[in-house]
Design a protein around this ligand. Structure first.
Ligand SMILES: *[C@@H]1O[C@H](CO)[C@@H](O)[C@H](O)[C@H]1NC(C)=O
Length: 466
């Protein structure tokens, strides 16, 4: 899943993994997206720019450690599954966690109607096992590898990766990915775009059981880079347990050698207070953060940042570039290195933002190099992996950013020059680099796309502290 071949990859504790959801939106109907004429010309320009301009850093990360959540994903057509379970369409309602089949139906229906991706924990073990049984009996089932390491997952692990013995568990944690297609109906709801709803009953990842073994491995050798994810799995914990576990994480992170660069990949969470605590406590303890538009806006909402209402009205539009960049600047100023929020002690100096149509990396310039190459390489892998092709082909891809856009509030309107698509600007001491994404017209592989983007961005980034 991590498309790299570093000299030595020691995967402690399961492949790190977030079911970061990639929004395979079809934006043709949206206003402001008007690049239909000569559609392939700018696409070819961008492909050739990437071909010629992406170069590896002089000193890439070579020794990596990855944790701490993992699971086996079972991907099914969501509507077919509900039918197999004899659940009829009913009310639409968002639940933060799912206690029974009725709440599964209500929450699935709510997000299908909006076409937005969502993930919610399932709370009833016996019932969840029944659902998985039904899912496994569906004809069209397809099992995707996402992490390590119960018996099934172990058999699927790529060779050449070292697994810590603490990783081995008797039973795989299985996550359920309920997909739906554009136009698919459930009761009186119709999906405006293709997307998916995710649920799981996952005790190992809920309690971050692999946290301590992971940090032990991190401290056992001289790693250049530590990549971890899985905090979203604690969404289903009672508040006092969440707080306890988060405190333990922060204490453990403090012990990570400063010579090891740390990257956290966020994922979809529903509890606003938990997100606030992660932002306040965890962000200052890590060097680098990866997230998508839903997660970024939710952090802003949870912590009183700008454009917090971005998705309140436009439920499936792609967010304006300048609004996202405003939030990134706020996040850096509030929790980043040298910030007031971090009390001068924050380590956070890099944020990799990824959405369907464009990516931005914001860095403290003195700490990171090759940021243009990193953002472009991340954008390139998005198209390659979504289409599952070895080289980008213009006819399979679309440029979906608006014809006119601003880079930040107060910026003049500009148009994209396909011969120079990677844009750089500076604000209040931070460097921002943006690249458009060439969006796969018929995506075949979307699970784990956010992970691939962030991992690739890291492999093309150079930390100046190394
Ligand atoms: C980009 O590079 C690939 C692989 O070398 C090549 O097949 C393709 O034609 C190039 N595309 C453009 C537009 O330069």
């Amino acid at each position: 899943m991590i498309p790299i071949s570093p000299t030595s990859v020691a995967v402690a504790i399961c492949f790190g993994v977030v079911s970061i959801l990639f929004y395979n939106l079809d934006l043709d109907d949206l206003q402001g997206v008007d690049l239909e004429q000569n559609a392939e010309e700018p696409v070819v320009g961008i492909i050739s720019y990437w071909n010629n301009s992406i170069s590896s850093p002089q000193r890439p990360f070579k020794k990596l450690v990855i944790g701490i959540n993992s699971c086996l994903d079972i991907i099914v057509p969501g509507v077919a599954l509900l039918k197999a379970l004899n659940i009829p369409p009913g009310n639409k309602k968002n639940h933060e966690s799912l206690a029974d089949l009725n709440q599964l139906q209500e929450t699935f229906a709510q997000f299908l109607a909006r076409g937005s991706a969502a993930e919610r924990p399932f709370l009833n073990k016996a019932l969840y096992q029944d659902i998985i049984k039904a899912a496994e009996s569906l004809d069209q089932k397809e099992i995707h590898f996402v992490g390590a390491v119960g018996p099934k997952l172990r058999a699927l692990m790529p060779k050449g990766i070292e697994l810590d013995p603490a990783c081995m568990v008797a039973q795989d944690e299985v996550h359920l990915i309920m997909e739906y297609q554009i136009g698919e109906t459930w009761g009186n709801s119709r999906a405006p775009v293709a997307n998916r709803f995710v649920t799981s009953f996952d005790e190992t990842n809920l309690h971050m059981i692999m946290l301590e073994p992971f940090i032990k491995v991190v401290n056992s050798a001289d790693f250049d880079l530590m990549v971890f994810s899985g905090l979203h799995m604690m969404d289903a914990l009672p508040p006092h347990l969440f707080e306890q576990r988060l405190e333990q994480l922060v204490i453990l992170l403090r012990d990570v050698p400063t010579s090891t660069v740390s990257h956290l990949e966020l994922a979809s969470m529903a509890n606003r207070d938990f997100v606030k605590q992660i932002a306040e406590k965890v962000l200052p303890s890590i060097n680098s953060l990866g997230l998508n538009e839903q997660e970024l806006v939710y952090v802003s909402k949870s912590c009183g940042g700008p454009h917090a209402d971005l998705f309140d009205h436009e439920s499936h539009g792609q967010p304006d570039i300048h609004k996202i960049s405003d939030i990134l600047l706020w996040l850096m100023k509030t929790f980043g290195a040298g910030s007031a929020g971090g009390k001068g002690e924050s380590r956070l100096s890099r944020i990799h933002f990824h959405s369907l149509t464009y990516h931005i990396i914001a860095v403290v310039e003195s700490d990171w190099s090759n940021t243009e190459g990193a953002v472009a390489a991340g954008a390139q892998i998005a198209g390659l992996q979504a289409c599952d092709i070895p080289y980008l082909k213009a006819e399979l891809l679309d440029l979906k950013i608006p014809a006119k856009f601003r880079l930040f509030t107060g910026d003049a309107e500009r148009e994209l020059d396909p011969h120079s698509p990677v844009l750089t600007w500076r604000q209040e001491g931070f460097l921002f680099v943006m690249s458009p994404v060439l969006v796969c017209k018929k995506p075949v592989k979307t699970v784990g796309l956010g992970d691939a983007i962030s991992a690739t961005g890291l492999m093309f980034s150079q930390s100046n502290s190394l």
